[in-house]
Design a protein around this ligand. Structure first.
Ligand SMILES: C[C@@]1(CC(=O)O)C2=NC(=C\c3[nH]c(c(CCC(=O)O)c3CC(=O)O)Cc3[nH]c(c(CC(=O)O)c3CCC(=O)O)/C=C3\N/C(=C\2)[C@@H](CCC(=O)O)[C@]3(C)CC(=O)O)/[C@H]1CCC(=O)O
Ligand SMILES: NC(=O)c1ccc[n+]([C@@H]2O[C@H](COP(=O)([O-])OP(=O)(O)OC[C@H]3O[C@@H](n4cnc5c(N)ncnc54)[C@H](O)[C@@H]3O)[C@@H](O)[C@H]2O)c1
Length: 213
């Protein structure tokens, strides 16, 4: 069993080796987390070339060299050259650089889950490497269960939470309030696109909580 973490990646230098579809997938999620991405490969898929042209990532049009690891926080070894992936993973470990090797999990320090972002809500699925296809299928189901509106709902909740935290009660009382307030009914309302109504309900309950405590 792996240990799930949500790492702060903003501005962190990351090296992606390879320019194919797998490198693209890993580069995309790193960019979503605002990492500083360099892709090293003699050739890029069209989507990666577009990201380089738009200045979203840096492209080094060379095969892997050890000097590329200098200053990197992590490296993704996603070339189709197993020996190059292995050499990069070994050199990275010696330097304390984290390794993800999508096609050679035995070289990896971590795996990348399937993921779905709704604003700052991040849903992730992992099968401990046993079936990436299952991770993908569950992620696709989550897409239908949790619509875009969840991102906006999270921001609304965060505002109420900040207010309550600043004004009212003890941590224990707030915990009890939120466990009661976050009902399946409220979540269903949000999923039906009724976020404003759901917020009114939560705010009404918060008002009662304030006057009681
Ligand atoms: C989730 C996702 C995230 C992403 O890549 O961003 C991801 N793989 C995805 C898709 C996918 N990958 C593969 C298929 C073909 C069907 C199949 O094999 O199942 C499909 C499905 C498809 O594309 O349709 C082939 C495959 N994958 C790995 C190997 C090597 C091996 O197993 O030895 C092989 C070759 C096996 C062979 O030789 O046959 C290994 C890994 N792939 C992982 C992640 C990590 C474990 C995740 C977990 O614990 O579940 C891990 C360990 C390493 C890593 O990549 O970090 C992304 C879905 C994104 C999405 O759509 O949401
Ligand atoms: N984890 C997964 O989800 C998954 C899924 C399918 C395939 N794979 C495996 O992952 C690997 C990459 O998959 P892909 O479809 O992106 O491959 P691909 O063949 O489309 O791309 C390989 C890329 O690596 C580059 N490259 C080759 N040697 C290099 C080197 N020494 N330094 C830097 N770049 C180099 C090539 O220019 C090319 O851009 C393959 O071995 C594939 O079998 C993994």
């Amino acid at each position: 069993m792996k240990y799930a973490m949500n790492l702060e990646m903003k501005g962190r230098p990351c090296l992606v080796l390879g320019g194919g579809p797998v490198a693209l997938r890993k580069a995309r999620t790193l960019l979503r987390a605002e990492a500083a991405v360099t892709v090293a490969a003699p050739r890029l898929t069209e989507e990666l070339a577009d990201l380089a042209a738009a200045g979203r990532l840096r492209w080094r049009a060379h095969c892997y060299e050890e000097t590329m690891l200098a200053g990197m926080f992590l490296v993704v070894c996603a070339t189709d050259d197993r020996a190059a992936n292995e050499a990069a993973a070994r050199a990275a470990k010696a330097r304390g650089v984290l390794v993800n090797a999508p096609a050679q999990p035995e070289l990896s320090d971590f795996t990348v889950p399937a993921s779905l972002a709704r604003g700052r809500l991040l849903l992730t699925v992992s099968t401990d490497g046993l079936s990436p296809a299952l991770s993908r299928a569950i992620r696709a189901q989550l897409e239908t269960l949790y619509p875009e509106a969840l991102g906006d709902w999270l921001e609304r909740l965060a505002a109420v939470r900040r207010e309550l935290k600043a004004e009212t009660g003890t941590a224990r009382a707030r915990e009890a309030f939120w466990r009661r307030a976050m009902s399946a009914e409220i979540l269903d309302m949000v999923r039906q696109g009724r976020s404003e109504e759901a917020e009114e309900r939560i705010r009404h309950a918060a008002h009662l909580f304030r006057t009681e405590s």
